[in-house]
Design a binder for this molecule. Sequence first.
Ligand code: KG4
Ligand code: ZN
Length: 347
Amino acid sequence: MTFEELKAKDSITVVALESSCDETACAVLRDGRVLSSVISSQIAIHKEYGGVVPEIASRNHVLNVEPVVKEALDKAGITAADADCFAVTYGAGLLGALLVGVSYMKGLSFALDKPLIKVNHIRGHVAANYLADPDLKPPYIGLIVSGGHTAVVRVDEYTSFTYLGGTMDDAVGEAFDKVARVLSLPYPGGPEIERAAKGGARTVYIPVPKTENPYDFSFSGIKTSVINYVHTAEQRGEDINKADVAFSFQSAVAEMLVKAAVRAAKEYDLKDVALAGGVGANGEIRKTLTEACEKRVLRAHFPTKETCTDNAAMIAMEAYLQIRYGDGSALAEDTLDAKASLSFGTH
Ligand code: KG4
Ligand code: ZN
């Protein structure tokens, strides 16, 4: 089937696979509606090591991929032969982990002679917004906050983004994970910081660096200031108030991210701001964005907390948008390979 034939179909059922990090996930989407979404998380396995071990992640994807796909198909009440096309995350992420998904879906697409759509993971995160809010329409500002990426983008069309700025060092999720480690909290640090921050107050000074481009961020200084604060207290034999440290860090980060996104909406005269990525599950960031948007008569959009973190429903949605609105460049070539890094502009 050619891309044009696929695009011309009245109804499109996509079976998508995600395996870029420590979640093996499969989802079935029909015309933008989720029929099933299954996520097998390896968090419990990697927790023991304080972070994701790439080799272990790949091995577990190999073990999980078949049962996860089967469960998603069963839950949707279809077989793989009923799919109009397949979709797979081919980057960015851990190379070995991505290769498991790419190889599996290439095999399925070849065996059943159906098109395979290649999906950029980061664009998938943005597409999670359409699952929660089918009425969201470009253009709008996307604030991407994940474990590997942090960026402000202008979503010009369903399939085209303009990069406005992003992190110059660590991704925001990495900063959450590293600060959590300093506070002796387990992996993944984001939800642990959020839990620890409950009841905390903003008593710890967190210096927020100024960047030349207002849409750029730097998290390494923020992380270092928390580390220094904790170590100084330890040397003095003083107890730290974990809730205050976690809350101060979380609110400084939330303020910095939201300020940039809202500024971009103003500069480009756009009324909608959509959050995307795992860190977008954070209640403080969601609240800060909601309040900032209300103040400036903007609309804030969020994926559900479940579809902020890695899942395959967002990958299926991005593939569906590529079919409906794209030019065919998302169609996977026979030589499709996994890519550890991918720019935001790539399909
Ligand atoms: O988007 P994601 O699931 O994977 C990547 O594509 O990177 O993001 C994972 C990141 C981790 O750093 C994790 O600590 C963070 O998202 N995260 C959170 C929360 N839930 C997950 N960070 C802050 N607050 C949360 N509630
Ligand atoms: Zn992700």
